[in-house]
Each structure stands twice: as structure tokens, then as C-alpha cells.
Design a protein around this ligand. Structure first.
Ligand code: M6R
Length: 615
């Protein structure tokens, strides 16, 4: 939930750290800071409340020379977001500085013990406890910094990715990971480290993804050393980084969110590429094909996810049940992990996560694995924890998603679910070859339809957003495949515009929420041509009859619901089971343009972070 970055080598570390922090700011932006070991071995920490730009202003005119440094952008867990709680944290003597992403669960106990030893604390953080514990072990055992880090981590319970520097050691950084991601980049006699590869990509394509329980010693001009907590050498698996720098820039768009919305014709195509043949219409997902017997003999499929990934999973449930007739349940990972679910080795658990680092989803996966379930991961970030913890899986391949509000990952996840459902339905012969080919073709046509929507809808939705930007509340309604889209549309609006919005199955309105309807409560109704169109139309009538203002999302040739509505957003039509992709696009644009019209920080909404690596 925080971003960490570091550099040791011959270059000036400061620009690398600041650029890296900007790339990682999506992970948290409550405060930022860095520590530098200068040429003469002096260790200086600079930190302040607020975003990375505030940190840049804060250090203006200060000495930021040094070729060994670590930096941090924070999403507050322990202690309010202020400069004292900001990372890095010094040890008591100011000889050691540490940055940390994660949570030390037994911090209170350790803190008490350190206080008894005379240690004093300035901040409310668990991180300051860890840095002092390292110093305590170092001084008590008169050992190396590596051994001190090892010794301290053996006493720690929790999740962490840490980086440690020490006064007088301008050539070395020690890093370690346990349940929080950490990537080491290997350059010529130099090393980079970061929470993900985005701060590293322009310097080197050689990376090592540290494993849980590993500590790495990054020493300038020396080979990388990785050991475990017992000091046994670990094998080093150097991977080639496949990432394009242009994907990390805004490319002329005002915000990443808008860029990512507009990227969707390409990202859906990238997701389909090499998997769905435009000639034979066959679908090949190797992770599903190679484990077909697990899916086909499954008693049921359970999907675990959070947030937007959970909404995409609800659409996955519809697709798999609809096309394959396999029972599916969708669970919030955070609930599933704690409610003692009944699981058996005949269950298949699918974990869905853009980042692949969501703590609750990872915990749900562990629970499923312990019960002997086959665990299949759907994620975006290559080499992420979900990818590594899965028995098999499938990437959505939509490229780095920087905006905190997820857009292209959602459509990528739905696309992958459609391919999984098609593969299983075909293998089980639950659908005819004609229907299979019809849906495969519809999937292949999606990118062009999304492009057509973006071309025609961007400007009118911007205008519509201007009209509704001062609304206080919103209700989104949909049925069947469109109910999860209503939930997702409402979540998008909430998180970027801070307008309260709820999603409901349209027919549920009369069981309570309709009491809210008056002329100040706009209702966004999804009424596309499917088996439930007429029924949704009646639900829209019920809202209109009570003076509600209706914005409908309807098909290009709609006649009935558009006439009842105050405003109609027209979208192209495909098979109803793929309509969630086409309907979600205008809802993403609507949320974006409302937030932008309100002058909000669209890419980094308040209180949020992109990857939620804590409970
Ligand atoms: O990386 P994940 O897909 O596991 O993240 C899950 C949620 O935290 C995420 O979808 C969140 O709800 C987004 N901010 C939604 O836009």
C-alpha cells in the first residue's frame, strides 16, 4: 500500500528516486520522503506530508547529492499522515534509515521491549519500531547490517518490503520481502529497487522478483547476493523486463484515467491476441486448457476478488453459469477469508486482481490452497503475488494501469472471463459450435465497437457531466449482466468524484431505494436490448412516475426507454453477454468528466491507493 524505490551506483540518486516516486504515487500519496547516503558517508533524511511534488518543493535548495538512496510514498496505516510518520524512519542514533511497505503486526510488543532498553520513538509507526530493532540487534550482537536485518526480521510478524541504508555505507542497500512485492533491477555495477518495475524500466531490463523470506544485498560493483533468514544463499532468477516506457506516460491526455479509458480498444485486443484465432475462432487459454480436468470436474467455482475486480467477477459468474452450467459463487475476498467457508478439493477457486497484490485476495487464495482447492489467478501485473501463488492462471495483458480508478483492467477481466467461459462451454459441449463461433466473433469485434463508442460519446458525455457535476447522490440500476455494471459505474463515480452513488438491481428499487427518488436524485438506468429490456423499462417508468431524473444507457436504435428518459446515452450493440464491456465505457467517461469538471485529482482520489496490500 506504499511505494518504495531505491538506487545504489555511480549516478546521482535523487532524480532516480523522485521519478520513481512519481511512478509509484498510485500506491499511496499521504506523504513522501527519501534518505541519501552522501559521498562522505553522511545519512540524511528528507520527508514531508503530501504528494511527491510537495517533497520536491520541500527539498528545493537543499543538498541532495549522493549515489545511494531509498525513497517512499505512503498510504497511511499506523499514525496519521504527517511528516513525523512519513518514511524513511531513522533509528534512535540516526545511523540507520528504513523504508517499509506493509504492516508489522507485533509492533506493540517489540516497541515495549525496545522502550525497556532505552529506545525513544518520535512517530506512531510500526516502521520506526523495525528500524530500531535492527539497530538494537546490530549493537547488541556487534554484527553486520545484513545480520542485524536478518536477526530483526526473525522476530517480526507481518507483511513487509523494506529497504535499509546505513551511515558510512554509501555503496550498499539491504532489502527484504515478506508478502509485499519487491523488484531489484540490475544495471552495470549499479542496482535499483522498487515496489514494482515501473521506476526501473528506463534503466535496465534485468530484474529479480524477490521471494517471500528473502533478503538481498545490493552492493555497488559487486554481484547481487540473496539469502534467506537463516543466511543460506538463495538462487537468483534474473528475468527480462517486458515493459514499454510510453505505457507509463500520459501520452497527451490530461489524466491517466482518461488515457486508460481511451486505450481500451487496444487493451481488449491485446487481451484477445494469441488466444482467440480470427481465422478458426478457436480460443486457446493454456492455463485453462492444461487444467481442463480441474475445471470440468469442479463441484463449483468460487471467485474471490475486491472492488472493481469483484464486479468483473460477478459478470464472470453470469458468463460461466450461463454458457457452461457450472455453479459459481462470487465472494468478497475480505469476507471469504474470515467466514470459515466450506471448501473441498473438488472446488476451483478463481482469484481476480489487477495488481495481483491485494492482501485480502492473497489471503483468500491461501485459505483455498490449504483446503486443497485448485487456485486459478486472473491478474494484470506480470510476476505479481497472485500470479505466483496460483496453480495456473491467465494474465489480462492490458498494460500498466496507473490511475487509481480501474477501467481497462475491468474490461480486460470481463474479456478473460468470456474466453474462459467459451473454452469450458466448448469442452463440455454445453453450447453449439454456431453459438461458440458467434460469441468468438463478437469478442473479436469488441475493440472496434469500443473505438466507435469512444469516438462518438466522449464529447457528449463531457457535456452531460457538466450538468450533473453538482449532484449529491446518484442511483445506478441494471439487471442481469448489467447489474454488476451498475455497481461498477456507481463505484467509479464515488471514488473519483466523491458523489455518493449506489448500484441496485433495477427491480429491487421498489423494495426500498425508490423512497429516495425525487428530482434531486438522478438515476442512471442501463436498459439495453436483452431478455429483460421490457422489465427494465417498467422500472424506469416507476422512477419517472415519482419525479426522478433519468439518464439511460440504451442501444443506438432504442425507441422506448430513450423516450422516457431525460437524457439517453446510446451505445452500439453486441451479444447481451458481452454488453457489459460496451456499457461500462460511457459510465467510466461519465465518472471521469464529472470529477474533472469538479477540478478533482482524478488519478489520485483522496484516501485511496491503487494496490491495497494491507487488510
Ligand atoms: O488490484 P485489485 O484488482 O486486486 O484491486 C482491487 C480493488 O482495490 C480495486 O479494484 C479498487 O476497487 C479500484 N480502486 C477500483 O477502481
Amino acid at each position: 500500500m506504499c511505494g518504495i524505490v531505491g538506487y545504489v551506483g555511480d549516478r546521482n540518486a535523487y532524480p532516480i528516486l523522485i521519478k520513481g516516486l512519481h511512478r509509484l504515487e498510485y500506491r499511496g500519496y499521504d506523504s513522501a520522503g527519501f534518505a541519501l547516503v552522501g559521498k562522505n558517508g553522511e545519512l540524511n533524511v528528507y520527508k514531508c506530508k503530501g504528494k511527491v511534488s510537495a517533497l520536491e518543493n520541500f527539498v528545493e535548495g537543499k543538498d541532495v547529492e549522493g549515489s545511494c538512496g531509498i525513497a517512499h510514498t505512503r498510504w497511511a496505516t499506523h499514525g496519521e499522515p504527517n511528516s513525523v510518520n512519513a518514511h524513511p524512519h531513522y533509528s534512535c542514533t540516526e545511523n540507520i534509515a528504513l523504508i517499509h511497505n506493509g504492516i508489522i503486526e507485533n509492533w506493540a510488543l517489540l516497541k515495549k521491549a525496545l522502550i525497556r532498553e532505552g529506545y525513544e520513538f518520535k512517530s506512531e509507526t510500526d516502521t520506526e519500531v523495525l528500524v530500531n530493532l535492527i539497530e538494537y540487534v546490530r549493537n547488541t550482537n556487534k554484527c553486520s547490517l545484513l545480520d542485524a536485518v536478518r536477526g530483526a526480521l526473525k522476530q517480526v510478524i507481518g507483511a513487509y518490503a523494506i529497504a535499509v541504508v546505513e551511515k558510512g555505507r554509501e555503496d550498499e542497500i539491504i532489502v527484504a520481502r515478506q508478502s509485499s512485492p519487491l523488484v531489484v533491477g540490475i544495471g552495470e555495477g549499479e542496482y535499483f529497487l522498487a515496489s514494482d518495475a515501473t521506476p526501473i524500466v528506463e534503466y535496465t531490463d534485468k530484474v529479480v522478483y524477490l521471494q517471500d523470506g528473502e533478503i538481498a544485498v545490493l552492493t555497488k560493483n559487486k554481484p547481487l547476493r540473496v539469502v534467506n533468514f537463516d543466511n543460506a544463499e538463495c538462487p537468483i532468477d534474473v528475468k527480462k523486463l517486458e515493459m514499454n516506457i510510453s505505457e507509463l506516460e500520459k501520452g497527451g491526455y490530461k489524466h491517466f484515467m482518461l488515457k486508460e479509458i481511451h486505450e481500451q480498444p487496444k487493451t481488449i485486443m491485446d487481451c484477445l491476441r494469441g488466444r482467440l484465432s480470427p481465422d478458426s475462432y478457436d480460443v486457446i487459454l493454456s492455463g485453462v486448457r492444461d487444467n481442463a480436468y480441474r475445471f470440468l470436474s469442479a463441484r463449483r467455482i468460487i471467485i474471490v476478488a475486491c472492488g472493481t475486480s469483484w464486479h468483473a467477477s460477478l459478470i464472470g459468474e453470469h458468463l460461466i453459469e450461463d454458457l457452461c452450467r457450472i455453479p459459481v459463487e462470487v465472494e468478497y475476498a475480505s469476507e471469504f477469508r474470515y467466514r470459515n467457508p466450506v471448501l473441498s478439493p473438488e472446488d476451483v477457486v478463481i482469484a481476480v486482481s489487477q495488481s495481483g497484490e491485494t492482501a485480502d485476495t492473497l489471503a483468500a487464495m491461501s485459505l483455498a490452497k490449504a483446503a486443497g482447492c485448485f487456485v486459478f489467478g486472473i491478474c494484470n501485473v506480470i510476476g505479481s503475488s497472485v500470479a505466483r501463488a496460483s496453480d495456473a492462471g491467465c494474465y489480462i495483458h492490458v498494460g500498466p494501469e496507473i490511475s487509481v480508478a480501474s477501467t481497462k483492467a475491468f474490461t480486460g477481466q470481463v474479456t478473460v472471463f468470456a474466453m474462459i467461459a467459451l473454452t469450458l462451454a466448448n469442452t463440455l459441449t454445453r453450447i453449439s459450435r454456431d453459438r461458440f463461433e458467434q460469441l468468438s466473433k463478437a469478442l473479436l469485434d469488441l475493440p472496434a465497437l469500443v473505438q466507435a463508442e469512444l469516438d462518438t460519446l466522449d464529447a457528449p458525455i463531457k457535456e452531460l457531466a457538466e450538468k450533473f457535476k453538482d449532484s449529491r447522490d446518484f442511483i445506478y440500476i441494471g439487471r442481469g449482466y448489467e447489474f454488476p455494471v451498475a455497481l461498477e459505474g456507481a463505484l467509479k463515480l464515488k471514488e473519483v468524484s466523491y458523489i455518493h452513488a449506489d448500484g441496485y438491481p433495477a427491480a429491487e428499487m421498489k423494495h426500498g431505494p425508490i423512497a429516495l427518488i425525487d428530482k434531486t436524485m438522478p438515476v442512471l438506468a442501463i436498459a439495453i436490448p436483452d431478455a429483460l429490456y421490457e422489465k427494465t423499462a417498467s422500472n424506469v417508468q416507476e422512477v419517472k412516475a415519482r419525479g426522478g431524473v433519468v439518464i439511460s444507457v440504451v442501444s443506438n436504435d432504442d425507441e422506448m426507454v430513450s423516450k422516457m428518459s431525460d437524457y439517453a446515452i446510446r451505445v452500439p450493440v453486441t451479444d447481451p453477454c458481452l454488453m457489459p464491456v460496451l456499457v461500462s465505457i460511457p459510465l467510466q467517461l461519465f465518472a471521469y468528466y464529472i470529477a474533472d469538471a469538479k477540478g478533482l485529482d482524478v488519478d489520485q482520489p483522496r484516501n485511496l491507493a491503487k494496490s491495497v496490500t494491507v487488510e
